[in-house]
Design a protein around this ligand. Structure first.
Ligand code: SF4
Ligand code: SF4
Length: 443
């Protein structure tokens, strides 16, 4: 990959010897992206340029790279960072059972039931006491390669501050007043679009050993939103809510707590089928098990190591039988040629498996990411197709599809869901009130 990028730079420098390094950098990005998307040679792209001044060359390439948006949006919406891809940063997509080689723990967790359970479950792991994760990070350099090996390291700590807090959301959008219960940090799945890969600076999975300190009604105070019947809180922001549940058994205590506090909706947000504990203890309707869903093709191409759509939906069916409500998150909705047909099929699949009266909510959010994530994704998933589409830089520093396309996607999905059941709370995640109003989200 690196040699390919140097080759494009050389081609451009040979053709335009008077362009400075920044100009060559931007043009390299454009040629690289066009060649990758269209699977054509960069030599042909550069040879076909018949103009010589920089602005015209750039505009010519922008038009090729962004055929739908070019001319309709401000030019600074095109994000053209340096191309800096190293083969050694590729994600490890081999399926394997979670068995960390190293388990780091702080002294205070030694008496906890989770620490002792993990000691018995992972007899071959190396256990090392650490002062704190913060100190560990000071002593150990973090890199993308270390992130790629995060399944090898487990950190057991006591969570002191960040256990319960409002969802950070983003500026200028309709906030649904969601609150997050933090039951861990880091995820063993490998979704190409995952925000954690650009956010997490710990080369491992962190699990708190003291969740019971926080299952206290004075500490859990989610905010009410007019969108829902009850105030909502949930886990699954910084990890998958259930993927480690056979190890942690967290769901047992959480379900028990929210069975006693039915004036709050609590959500386990997951892609897993790790529901044995949930089924064993049984639920109440204010406890919502929700699955992120996508089209079968997008799951196959982007949600590596995760259960298939059908397995998620079968799990939803079982959870309903066990007394829980369910939810679904179409997030992220990804644009590609057959998106309409495929997303409709996913909606039909949901309603084939699940009676709409048990669905508490469905959220819809289109693919978005902080700009910095683009370089991480192309390093970790160099064959990804999600970055080939027209993602544009927005005011909040995130890359998104153009507004018209986003609205078209939401409208299609929301209308189809409502055709099945008009009573389900369908809401948009991280969207402006203008977009909500235009595409039938429940404002
Ligand atoms: S809209 Fe989405 S990002 Fe914003 S608060 Fe709700 S869940 Fe969080
Ligand atoms: S399941 Fe969620 S947290 Fe885990 S890798 Fe995928 S997007 Fe990230």
């Amino acid at each position: 990959m690196h040699s390919n990028i140097s080759y494009i730079k050389t081609l451009l420098l040979n053709k335009f010897p008077f362009f400075g390094i920044n100009k060559i950098r931007e043009l390299t990005r454009l040629v690289f992206e066009i060649a990758k998307r269209d699977n054509i040679s960069s030599t042909d792209i550069v040879n076909n340029i018949e103009i010589a001044d920089y602005l015209n060359v750039k505009n010519y390439l922008l038009k090729l790279r962004y055929p739908d948006s070019y001319g309709n949006i401000p030019k600074n919406s095109f994000y053209l960072p340096d191309v800096d891809i190293e083969d050694c940063n590729k994600a490890d997509l081999k399926k394997s059972q979670f068995y960390p080689k190293n388990i780091y723990y702080t002294q205070e967790v030694e008496q906890s039931s989770l620490y002792n359970r993990i000691k018995n479950l992972f007899l071959n792991s190396k256990f090392t006491e650490i002062i704190s994760v913060k100190q560990f990070l000071k002593d150990n350099k973090f890199s993308l390669q270390a992130y790629n090996q995060r399944r090898e390291n487990l950190f057991l700590v006591n969570e002191k501050f960040d256990f319960f807090k409002p969802c950070p959301c983003t500026k200028n959008v309709v906030c649904c007043n969601y609150s997050i219960l933090n039951t861990g940090y880091g995820c063993p799945y490998e979704c190409s679009y995952c925000f954690l890969q650009g956010y997490q600076n710990v080369p491992g999975i962190i699990l708190p050993c003291n969740i019971n300190d926080f299952l206290d009604i004075d500490k859990i105070k989610p905010t009410y939103s007019k969108l829902f019947d009850l105030p909502r809180a949930g886990s699954g922001e910084f990890t998958d809510s259930l993927v480690f549940d056979d190890i942690t058994l967290f769901s047992t205590d959480i379900v028990k707590f929210f069975k006693e506090n039915r004036n709050i909706s609590f959500e386990f947000k997951t892609k897993s089928k790790n529901i044995a504990n949930l089924l064993k203890i049984g639920g109440t309707p204010n406890i919502v098990i929700s699955w992120s869903v996508n089209t079968e093709r997008m799951i196959e191409e982007n949600e590596f190591l995760t259960p298939k759509l059908e397995e998620r939906l079968k799990s939803a069916q079982k959870c309903i039988k066990a007394g829980y409500s369910v939810g679904f998150h179409f997030d992220p909705v990804i644009f590609y040629k057959d998106w309409q047909k495929d997303y409709i099929k996913t909606i039909e699949n949901i309603f084939d498996f699940v009676d709409g009266k048990y669905i508490k909510w469905i959220s819809v959010g289109s693919l978005r990411m902080p700009v910095e994530l683009k370089k991480t994704i192309e390093n970790r998933f160099p064959d990804n197709k999600i970055l080939d589409e027209e993602l544009l830089l927005c005011d909040d520093g995130k890359l998104r599809y153009e507004k018209k396309l986003r609205m078209q996607m939401y409208e299609k999905i929301v209308n189809r869901i409502k055709k099945h059941n008009d009573n389900i709370a369908v809401y948009l995640c991280m969207e402006t009130s203008e977009v909500w109003n235009k595409c039938g989200g429940m404002l």
